[in-house]
Ligand binder design. Structure first.
Ligand SMILES: [Ca+2]
Ligand SMILES: [Ca+2]
Length: 174
């Protein structure tokens, strides 16, 4: 019986906590509670296609296999592709042209063409940048970004997003 009441009290406490945070006004010591405003990084739309075993983690082997598939798709067997062809492909993958990750960013030697090596290196660099834990695996949390606050100055701790933010906090503590 005692165990029942302990469980019931626990449920009530959790419910009350949910009420406090759901109203969007009360939180830590009366401060306004703000839900984190997270979005998926545009690059994640491509990288999530590489999760072939559907465990919601992209590992290095899946990345390499995925880059090869993507290159075949965009190049149709050619040695290089034009910026326009890559831009069209990126627009299909990301849903819009000229996002922060553009065709230009793949052209590492600025000659107007994208080679297989440039294509590989660009996507691998994005993977490495997102891999905050440096464990050669991307989790869903590492694919999130925090949107800027709507008003007021931002502090350093409010920048970044999801596990990106946690990763930077860990580094500051080191
Ligand atoms: Ca996977
Ligand atoms: Ca180039």
């Amino acid at each position: 019986m005692r165990a029942f009441w302990i469980a019931a009290m626990g449920t009530m406490i959790v419910s009350l906590a949910a009420c406090v945070t759901d109203d969007g006004h009360r939180g830590d010591r009366g401060r306004a509670y703000e839900r984190p405003r997270l979005i998926v990084a545009p690059e994640a739309l491509l990288l999530m296609e590489y999760d072939t075993n559907h465990d919601r983690i992209i590992d290095r082997a899946e990345l390499e296999a995925g880059i090869s598939r993507s290159w075949q798709e965009v190049s149709h067997g050619a040695n290089e592709v034009s910026l326009i062809a890559l831009r069209d492909w990126l627009t299909q993958v990301l849903g819009a042209p000229d996002l922060s990750w553009s065709a230009m960013s793949f052209d590492h030697n600025f000659d107007g063409h994208i080679t297989a090596q440039e294509f590989h290196d660009e996507i691998a660099q994005v993977f490495d940048r997102l891999d905050i834990r440096h464990d050669n695996r991307l989790t869903r949390g590492e694919l999130l970004r925090q949107l800027p606050q709507m008003e007021g100055p931002r502090s350093g701790s409010e920048q970044g997003g999801g596990e990106q933010d946690q990763g930077s906090r860990r580094r500051r503590q080191d």
